[in-house]
Write a protein that binds this ligand. Structure first.
Ligand code: AHR
Length: 646
């Protein structure tokens, strides 16, 4: 008992029998800069994140290139898959639909990605490449079909001539339905070949034709990510080298980007997705464009010459690595090179003559062992010569500690990579215990990139317990911003009916989008990142779990002002005295803005039916003195903002 009272006297104060906890925040001392890219996201085509998700294409297997070319299609009447004299050499299959006037008719229906989401009154851009045999004119009827099998939007297209041509029209839906279908029926007699059958909402993000789902990009935009890591994850590695992600296949005309297997289609034997392929419709150009829209620094991850080390032992021999390294060099040219360069020209022809401003590349995803180090060493040597100014990100393996991790970090220092990518999916308890993880990291070596991290309870739900633990842990990232330069939560998106992996930041179905408590934690950090770390002391120490409290603080030159983040992970409210020392000649503008996420129920989570169970709440308090007592409710994460002026 005596010990407890003593510790309260040292760290806090005893007021009328209840403890007050004192945090000293010294805004007159600016420590490390916070990197403008610090808080970001990791995007991978997992959980139908790209095809069926962010990429707004509504037709699955639009080019008939899936190994089973009928996947997602229902053919009726006389329809067959052909590949003679194709329209697109890298996607050679197409359908031939013939009709002899029989009542049954001939045509095909597409089931979309677990259905086609359509909205009442919304317009949908349809396009198809087609030709007729014999050069006669033929008509196709197009229908949006509801889940009740009713036609709810119709259009007709006349196809003429024996040369492949693109035909477009717009369909308007009379209903809202998450499980619609698209039906194409050949009218009258004749024969028509069709390929790249495509349907997009007209209302994509920025109205782009090969566009992205507007609600999902809006959610990203409001998150304010500083960095965007893509396209994986394990899909970069592939289950085999043949199916690794190859960025050069993902650029140029969308119709001719070859299909690739998605590595997540049969990874989990209890959760198979034989219909999961990558169309590359969302490719590297679209990724760079998205980064530009979001104001996020692009961070592409490239294959290092190894396929997924969990799944296979395929290694590119060291003397055959050249094309892989050339991919990295060419990617810099694609993103930044002049329009007169080979790859800069491809970018310009796609519509973006200006450079994208690529500044970093990760070589390898979650690799380990000497086989990785030997390959990375070759990349580093060439990239240092040929891509000066590009930061190189190496890997610390799939775990946050252990044999591979302990081997890789010294090797990364030896190779002098700029950043080292650490991954940890762990329990909330681990996150709470690791808020001091980076306090003792070597300040002279490479910087840390927390490239994939998420807390998860046993059931792996995105609940408040996980998000609260992440908030507490992130005070440690912020406090150590001199060595932690980037942090990206992972993974980003998951379709509620087609996910392989959780936790995930944003969930969606064919019509709706859901923001998790973890999303709001990330948003509260990213929109309050500040520009310099300032010292926060609890007694003589940073506040990293003592009395179930966590805190960090930054100065923001742009505000200008002070931002304190405080987390209470206990079941009791705690009064925190935030003892503020402002810079000389600076005074507050009179108000604390307070943004808080709080719930007494650690298991609470948002769901599509009830998306706002837990959302941040904003309040304010007058600034009265330099020692305000701020109530930290049980299980809460709070951002305190104080605008200042000279
Ligand atoms: O985020 C899901 C997977 O987790 C990523 O693909 C991989 O890098 C990690 O193992």
């Amino acid at each position: 008992m005596r010990l407890i009272v003593l510790s309260l006297l040292i760290l806090g104060e005893v007021t009328m029998g209840s403890a007050q906890y004192r945090l000293s925040v010294d805004a007159s001392r600016k420590e490390a800069p916070v990197q403008p890219e610090m808080y970001g996201v990791f995007f991978e085509d997992i959980n139908f994140g790209a095809d069926g998700g962010l990429y707004a294409e509504l037709v699955k297997n639009r080019s008939f290139e899936f190994p089973q070319p009928v996947t997602a299609w229902t053919f009726f009447g006389k329809v067959k898959v052909e590949k003679e004299t194709p329209c697109f050499p890298r996607n050679p299959h197409y359908v031939r639909v013939e009709a002899d006037g029989a009542l049954t008719g001939s045509g095909l229906e597409n089931a979309g990605f677990r259905g086609i989401g359509i909205k009442k009154g919304a317009e949908y851009r349809f396009s198809v490449y087609a030709r007729t045999s014999g050069g006669q004119t033929t008509e196709i009827k197009l229908e949006l079909v509801s889940s009740q099998n009713d036609p709810v939007g119709t259009a007709r297209l006349k196809i003429s001539g024996s040369e492949w041509k693109k035909y477009t029209t717009v369909l308007k839906s009379q209903v809202t339905d998450a499980k619609g279908r698209l039906r194409l029926t050949l009218q009258g007699k004749g024969s028509v070949d069709m390929d790249h059958v495509s349907l997009f909402p007209a209302d994509t993000w920025k109205g782009r034709e090969n566009g992205l789902r507007k609600d999902l990009v809006q959610a990203l935009y409001e998150l304010h990510p500083g960095v965007f890591r893509f396209p994986g994850g394990c899909i970069v590695e592939g289950n085999s080298l043949a199916t690794r992600y190859q960025w050069k296949n993902s650029v140029g005309p969308v119709e001719n980007r070859p299909l690739n297997e998605n590595r997540w289609n049969y990874t989990f034997k209890h959760k198979l997705f034989p219909d999961y392929y990558q169309s590359y419709g969302l490719g590297f150009y679209e990724y760079f464009q998205l980064c530009e829209d979001l104001g996020a620094a692009p961070l592409p991850v490239l294959n290092c010459g190894l396929s997924c080390q969990y799944e296979s032992h395929e290694e590119v021999p060291l003397d055959s690595l050249v094309p892989y390294i050339q991919d990295a060099v060419d990617l810099v040219e694609f993103a930044n090179g002049p329009v007169s360069s080979r790859w800069g020209k491809v970018r310009a022809e796609m519509g973006h003559p200006r450079a994208f401003g690529l500044r970093m590349i990760a070589v390898g995803n979650e690799q380990w062992g000497p086989q990785y180090v030997q390959r990375l060493e070759r990349f580093v040597k060439v990239m240092r010569e040929r891509c000066p100014g590009i930061r190189i990100v190496g890997s610390a393996g799939p775990q946050a500690d252990g044999k591979d991790f302990d081997y890789l970090w010294p090797e990364m220092k030896r190779l002098k990579v700029d950043l080292v990518d650490e991954h940890y999916y762990r329990s909330p308890q681990w996150f709470l215990e690791n808020a001091g993880r980076y306090d003792d990291y070597d300040r002279k070596g490479p910087k840390v990139f927390a490239g994939e991290y998420a807390a998860h309870p046993d059931n792996r739900e995105n609940n408040w317990e996980a998000a609260l633990a992440e908030a507490a842990f992130m005070t440690g990232l912020e406090r150590n911003a001199d060595v932690v330069w980037l942090a990206t939560y992972a993974p980003l998106f998951a379709h509620t009916e087609a996910w392989q992996w959780r936790p995930d930041l944003i969930w969606f179905d064919n019509l709706r989008c859901l923001l998790t408590p973890s999303y709001y934690v990330q948003q509260m950090y990213a929109t309050n990142a500040g520009t310099q770390v300032i010292p926060t002391l609890y007694g003589e120490e940073p506040l990293k779990g003592q009395d179930s409290l966590y805190a960090s603080a930054v100065w923001d030159e742009r505000m200008p002002g002070l931002i304190v983040k405080a987390v209470n992970v206990s079941s009791e409210a705690k009064p925190l005295v935030i003892s503020v020392k402002l810079p000389r000649d600076t005074r507050s503008s009179g108000e604390w803005e307070i943004i808080r996420l709080q719930s007494d129920d650690l298991e609470v989570h948002n769901c599509l039916e009830s998306p706002s169970q837990l959302i941040p709440v904003k309040t304010s308090l007058p600034y009265e003195n330099e020692n305000p007592v701020m109530e930290l409710p049980a299980y809460s994460f709070t951002v305190f903002r104080l605008k200042c002026q000279k």
